[in-house]
Design a protein around this ligand. Structure first.
Ligand code: SF4
Length: 436
C-alpha cells in the first residue's frame, strides 16, 4: 500500500506500560505481518511511515510518558518524518474524547479492544487463523502469556477496569496452543499475566480454573519454567498451590499484589480481605510450597492512610519478609471509587512512606540473598552486559526482580540457555556467581 511521504507502508509499533500491553503489541505485529504489511517494534531507524503508539493510562507518571511519546511522534509527523500517527491502548481508551481535541494531529485513536478497527486503517483483516501465533518483541526464550483480559474487582484506587473492561478468560485450548507455538519458537519460560490471574475461568467455566490451566501448560513440551503473576489474595484458589508443589516446571514463585498491611486500609481500598487473612494466606502458601519466592506490591498514601496505618504496613513488611517487593505512591485517578475521597496524604508523605518501605525491604532482601551464597541454582541466561552475563533463577521474573551476574571472562554462555550457577556473593538485589 502506498502512503504520501514514503514509498511503501512501514509500521513502527511503540509500546508503553505493562506486559499486557507488550502482548497486545505483539498480537498487532503478528496480524500486520500476517497481512503482508511491513511492521516492526520499537524500530531504531526512522524509516517507518506509520507509527502506532500503544499507550498506558494507569497512573500519573505513566500517563505523562504516554503523552510525551505521542507529542514526540506528532512533531516527527510535522517534520515529514512519518506520515501517520495512530494511538491505541489504555490512555486512548480512557481519554479519547479529550485527547482528540487536544492533539488533533493524531490521525486516529483506538481503544484496548479495537484491534480489528486498527487493522482496517491498513486495509488489513483480523486473521483468526493467527490466534495462538505471536511474534515476540523480547529475546524469545521467555514470553508473556496473557490468560485473560479486564477485571471485575472493585479496588478503590484502580482505573484498570475502566480501561480494560470486564474480566474475560481465554479458553484453555487456545492458551495451550499458543504455548506450544511459543515453545516451537524456542520459548522456555512462560510468564502468566492478567489483571487478576486467580479469577481465571470464573466467567468461562463458572469455576476458578487456574490450577487446570497450569497443569495443562506444564505438559507443554519445551516449556521449562511457568511463572504466575498478578494473583489476587481474596478467594485465592488453593488447588493452584498443589499444582505448584507437584509440577517441577511451575516456578516456586508467586506474584501477589497485596497493596497494604493495615486492615483499615484494606477495607478502604475495597480489597475484600484483612491483615489477618492475608497473613494466614501467606503462611498457607509457604507451607504448601516450601521455598516459594513471594513478590508483592504495596501502595502508600491512599486517602485516609494515617501514621498508624503506615506503621502497620511497616510491621507487616517486617514480619512477612517478602522475597520481592515493589511500592507505588497513590495516584488520585478520576472515575475510581477513591476519587470521591479526599486525597489527604501530601505527595511528600506518600513518597517518604514509599522510600521507608523500600529501605526496610532492602535490608530484608540483603539478608535473604546472603542465604543463597554457596548454593547452586539453575539460571536462565537473559543477556550479556559489558563483561558479564546476566541471568535469573526461578525466583526472579524479568525486568522486576533480582538478577544473577556471571563474569563473562570465565567462559562463554549462550543467551536463552539454562546454566547451573554457584552463588559466590550477594548484594541487596543481585547475586554474583560462577557457572559450574
Ligand atoms: S484486581 Fe488489580 S486490576 Fe483489578 S481492580 Fe484490583 S488492582 Fe485493579
Amino acid at each position: 500500500m502506498k502512503t504520501k511521504g514514503h514509498k511503501n507502508t512501514k509500521v513502527n509499533i511503540v509500546t508503553l506500560g505493562c506486559s499486557k500491553n507488550v502482548v497486545d503489541s505483539e498480537v498487532l505485529l503478528t496480524q500486520l505481518r500476517g497481512n503482508g504489511i511491513d511492521a516492526v517494534h520499537e524500530s531504531g531507524t526512522d524509516d517507518a511511515s506509520v507509527v502506532v503508539i500503544n499507550t498506558c493510562g494507569f497512573i500519573d507518571n505513566a500517563k505523562q510518558e504516554s503523552i510525551d511519546t505521542i507529542l514526540r511522534y506528532v512533531d516527527a509527523k510535522q517534520e515529514g518524518l512519518v506520515d501517520k500517527v495512530y494511538v491505541t491502548g489504555c490512555l486512548s481508551q480512557r481519554y479519547k474524547d479529550d485527547l482528540e481535541k487536544e492533539i488533533p494531529e493524531v490521525d486516529a485513536w483506538f481503544g484496548t479492544r479495537d484491534l480489528s478497527r486498527l487493522l482496517k486503517q491498513f486495509k488489513a483483516d483480523y486473521k483468526q487463523e493467527l490466534v495462538g501465533e505471536r511474534i515476540l518483541t523480547n529475546p524469545g526464550h521467555y514470553a508473556y502469556l496473557k490468560i485473560s483480559e479486564g477485571c471485575d474487582r472493585p479496588c478503590s484506587f484502580c482505573a484498570i477496569p475502566i480501561m480494560r473492561g470486564r474480566h474475560v478468560s481465554r479458553p484453555i485450548e487456545e492458551l495451550v496452543k499458543e504455548a506450544q507455538n511459543l515453545a516451537k519458537g524456542g520459548t522456555k519460560e512462560l510468564l502468566l499475566i492478567a489483571q487478576d490471574s486467580t479469577y481465571y475461568g470464573l466467567d468461562l467455566y463458572k469455576k476458578r480454573n487456574l490450577a487446570e490451566l497450569l497443569n495443562q501448560l506444564a505438559d507443554v513440551e519445551g516449556i521449562e519454567w511457568i511463572r504466575l503473576h498478578y494473583a489476587f489474595p481474596t478467594g485465592f484458589p488453593m488447588d493452584v498451590l498443589d499444582v505448584m508443589a507437584q509440577r517441577s516446571t511451575i516456578c516456586k514463585y508467586l506474584d501477589i499484589p497485596l497493596q497494604h498491611g493495615s486492615t483499615n486500609m484494606l477495607e478502604r481500598m475495597r480489597r475484600g480481605t484483612t491483615r489477618e487473612k492475608t497473613e494466614q494466606l501467606l503462611q498457607t502458601i509457604r507451607a504448601k510450597v516450601p521455598g516459594i519466592a513471594i513478590r508483592t506490591t504495596l501502595i502508600t498514601g491512599h486517602p485516609g492512610e494515617t501514621e498508624k496505618d503506615f506503621e502497620e504496613m511497616m510491621d507487616f513488611v517486617e514480619k512477612s519478609r517478602f522475597d520481592r517487593l515493589g511500592v507505588f505512591t497513590y495516584s488520585h485517578e478520576e472515575n475510581t471509587h477513591a476519587y470521591s475521597m479526599n486525597d489527604d496524604v501530601p505527595d511528600e508523605t506518600k513518597q517518604q512512606r514509599a522510600d521507608a518501605v523500600m529501605e526496610l525491604q532492602q535490608g530484608i532482601s540483603y539478608e535473604l540473598n546472603q542465604q543463597k551464597v554457596g548454593k547452586t541454582y539453575k539460571v536462565l541466561i537473559d543477556r550479556k552486559e559489558g563483561g558479564s552475563f546476566i541471568g535469573r533463577t526461578e525466583f526472579d521474573s524479568p525486568e522486576v526482580d533480582n538478577e544473577v551476574i556471571i563474569d563473562a571472562t570465565a567462559g562463554y554462555l549462550r543467551i536463552g540457555d539454562f546454566v547451573p550457577v554457584k552463588i559466590t556473593s550477594a548484594t541487596d538485589f543481585d547475586l554474583h556467581g560462577i557457572a559450574v
